[in-house]
Ligand binder design. Structure first.
Ligand code: ATP
Ligand code: MG
Ligand code: MG
Ligand code: MG
Length: 469
């Protein structure tokens, strides 16, 4: 079996052989980009190269990029444990052309890699193109020899990428793998495409236009290429499974969770093991970059993810902190590719243990309240927003943890009431502060707090400047 580490290497070697500079992943916390919470695609570190603001000594590059999608436009948090193909942390393999080669060579390279190097069976592959992109349609026919029925024209923004309101943009083409009719789900563009039968493995973006500030769209004289392939999805295909959580790397983490809890990995608690494995990766990579659990900004995203995993550890019967015990396995599996994990191993373990110790003090009591207050509720019922707020405020339950806990029973939280309770508390705090005589500074302070969302931070990730679609 070809392991994840080998597959990453095959990808990078292939593009190196084809004249691409191998570039390290950029950090998850983007440098010089306050609009974006975490790197969520391979192109993030090359944004200024695509716009021409920054010059690099190469015009072709390839990378394996650490990505986190747990908020903003790309929020895959709620998919974890429910779909076979989503993680909150994953690696995106990519090749990039900065005004060098374009559509024909990008398609040729992609096709050669997947059919010759990775030897995927051609009959399992199908692609989408933007409905107006006749060039891409013809190139797929010519280069790959795909029949018309396997080149699906998609008219929606799914197949048209834009960096932001202005800047480079263009059509894209997604490559799908058909895992076979024993798995539910329809092809892209169909009504039931949410199933896991047809899985998108690679996204090719053809940056051939630029949107001008006045709204005009011009044709770029030297168009560019940006692609993204999910390493875990490709590994699943190559390891003969449709399920990302079945690949060697994820099995190692799930196995460690099973050993540490004594709960079998594939039984009724399968989802909990998966959530723990996924969130362990995200938390560990964040801590390795110095993102520690806190009540605001990126730190709050880290805390939310950690605490969700910690509730699942408790569901598995863990009576003491669990997550830190899994760190050595993660470091063993990924430390060679990401030495920052090795360097930060003890910080990661200590941070997780401290956070879990702290959270466990209120976790059980919070869960009892959650159970008591939801006992009488059936599917489709609404859970009190006030109680969700008490859980948040007094027991340290992030809202999405409560939602995650109720979701399997089809119960939703009254988020309007939750927000109102949050606002009321802020107003009270503000009034108390005003009473202390510090009125000159309080508006400034609370203005900042409100803007940055000191408690439930959701508003970092703007609609601009994100990779892939
Ligand atoms: P999907 O439609 O399946 O959610 P996407 O179109 O949002 O995928 P892109 O933004 O095109 O994904 O990202 C490029 C590639 O990265 C995808 O083709 C896929 O292989 C991989 N990928 C995207 N999101 C995830 C995720 N949450 N977990 C694992 N791999 C992912
Ligand atoms: Mg997506
Ligand atoms: Mg895509
Ligand atoms: Mg997609």
């Amino acid at each position: 079996m070809t392991g994840v580490n080998q597959i990453r290497k095959t990808f990078l070697d292939f593009f190196a052989k084809n004249g691409h500079a191998v570039v390290d992943s950029s950090p998850l916390v983007p440098r010089n980009d306050p609009t974006l919470m975490f790197a969520n695609s391979g192109m993030v570190q090359f944004k200024n190269v695509f716009t021409g603001v920054e010059k690099r000594p190469y015009s072709r590059a390839t990378s394996a990029q650490k990505c986190v999608r747990a908020g903003g436009k790309h929020n895959d948090l709620d998919n974890v444990g429910y779909t076979a193909r989503h993680h909150t942390f994953f690696e995106m393999l990519g090749n990039f052309s900065f005004g060098d080669y374009f559509k024909d060579h990008a398609i040729e390279l992609a096709w050669n890699l997947i059919t010759k190097e990775f030897e995927l069976p051609v009959e399992r592959l199908l692609v989408t193109v933007f409905s107006e992109d006749d060039d891409a349609f013809q190139l797929w026919k010519k280069i790959a020899g795909l029949p018309d029925s396997k080149i699906i024209r998609i008219p929606t923004s799914d197949n048209f990428w834009r960096m932001g309101d202005t800047g480079p943009c263009g059509p894209c083409s997604e490559i799908f793998y058909d895992h076979g009719d024993t798995i539910w789900g329809g092809p892209p563009g169909s009504a039931d495409q949410d199933g896991d039968r047809f899985i998108e493995i690679w996204n090719l973006v053809f940056m051939q236009y630029e949107d001008q500030p006045g709204g005009e769209r011009i044709v770029l004289p030297r168009p560019s290429i940006d692609t993204g392939m999910g390493l875990e999805r490709m590994s699943a295909v190559l390891q003969g499974t449709h399920d990302n959580y079945e690949i060697d790397l994820m099995r190692a983490l799930i196995g460690a969770s099973a050993v540490a809890t004594g709960v079998e990995p594939d039984g009724e608690h399968k989802v909990s093991h998966r959530v723990i494995a996924d969130h362990l990766r995200t938390s560990s990579f964040l801590v390795a970059e110095g993102v520690l659990p806190s009540n605001e900004g990126r730190g709050y995203v880290a805390r939310r993810i950690m605490r969700r995993a910690m509730r699942h550890a408790s569901l598995l019967g863990a009576k003491e902190p669990l997550l830190h015990k899994l760190v050595p396995v993660l470091v063993r599996e990924m430390g060679q590719a990401y030495p920052e994990l090795v360097r930060a191993e003890s910080l990661i373990a200590e941070t997780l243990e401290l956070e879990e110790t702290r959270f466990r003090k209120t976790l059980e009591r919070g869960l009892t309240i959650l159970d008591d207050e939801s006992k009488a509720l059936g599917e489709g019922a609404v859970f009190s927003g006030d109680t969700a707020f008490t859980l948040y405020d007094t027991y340290g339950f992030p809202l999405d943890l409560t939602q995650d806990a109720l979701r399997p029973r089809g119960i939703v939280v009254d988020t309007t009431a939750f927000d109102a309770a949050m606002k009321l508390q802020k107003d009270k705090a503000r009034a108390a502060w005003a009473g202390s005589g510090e009125t000159a500074t309080d508006t400034v302070w609370f203005g900042i707090k409100d803007k940055t969302g000191a408690t439930e931070f959701l508003g970092y990730d703007t609609e601009t400047a994100e990779g892939q679609v």
